[in-house]
Design a protein around this ligand. Structure first.
Ligand SMILES: [Zn+2]
Length: 261
């Protein structure tokens, strides 16, 4: 279970959305995530800490450190990260006591806050992973956003020549091999998409009709450099799956079943 407290969670959700909408403007930052061969290290078959988790981790970590630089200008004695740690009841030393302890060692305030962050170590890691889980919990429902993310990362894979990579996960043509879709992925996607084809809303639960079988579809196809990731899978009926394969373009829908009508 996830004990979600939604502390700053929606703020981070929004930042993530903005990063995907302004990929061009942020190219230099995003390059740290997937550029210079880094995308090769992201190749895994359906990891539970998904590709999208890794992206959330990268962005949120960066935000925390960027905020630190702003703090350095104001020389504040209480850091926002302490509020976050307190909110999540994560044990840590306060910045005030840290300053008092290290007064003689470090001269510059900037160094002090950076060292403080380093020394937080486990507490910071705990905060970060928890925040990532909360943000993932909300954004996993947004298929459009997941498609944007998967298109971005598949673009990075396409630019990279991964044929050279010595791994049994890659085909001779430089695409990722089809990975076996684990049961937990199917269950997660089935529940998110409510047992319905996301394109034509056909019921695939077997309750209404036994004829309709569920298909687990790669939103960005493997042929288009898509990944074997839980965030790149959606529920389709057989017909829509076949039509989509013919078209080849990544497609999803932003129609969702309401809680009630
Ligand atoms: Zn369909």
């Amino acid at each position: 279970m996830l004990n979600a407290k939604f502390y700053e969670t929606y703020y981070f959700c929004n930042v993530i959305k903005n990063t995907l909408q302004d990929q061009f403007g942020l190219a230099r930052v995003l390059n740290e995530f997937y550029g210079d061969g880094n995308v090769a290290y992201l190749i895994e078959t359906f990891p539970k800490f998904s590709l999208f988790h890794k992206y959330l981790y990268f962005v949120i970590d960066r935000i925390y450190y960027e905020n630190l630089n702003q703090l350095a200008e104001n020389k504040s004695k209480r850091l926002p990260i302490e509020e976050a740690l307190k909110f999540h009841s994560i044990a840590h030393i306060s910045f005030q006591s840290y300053m008092e302890k290290n007064e003689n060692k470090t001269e510059h305030y900037d160094d002090l806050i950076h060292n403080y962050m380093e020394d937080l170590n486990d507490a910071y890691e705990q905060l970060l992973t928890h925040t990532v889980e909360e943000v993932f919990y909300i954004l996993f429902q947004n298929r459009d956003l997941l498609m944007e993310f998967n298109l971005m990362i598949s673009g990075a894979l396409e630019r990279e020549d991964i044929k050279e990579i010595d791994t049994d996960l890659v085909t001779k043509r430089g695409r990722l091999k089809r990975g076996h879709i684990p049961k937990w992925v199917k269950r997660a996607v089935y529940f998110r998409d409510r047992g319905q084809c996301v394109l034509c809303n056909k019921d695939l639960s077997g309750i209404v009709s036994l004829d309709n079988k569920e298909n687990y579809d790669h939103i960005v196809a493997l042929a288009q450099y898509g990944f074997n990731d839980v965030t790149n899978i959606q529920l389709l009926c057989k017909e829509c799956n076949q039509n989509e394969k013919k078209a080849g373009e990544a497609v999803t829908s932003n129609s969702y079943q309401k809680w009630y009508t």
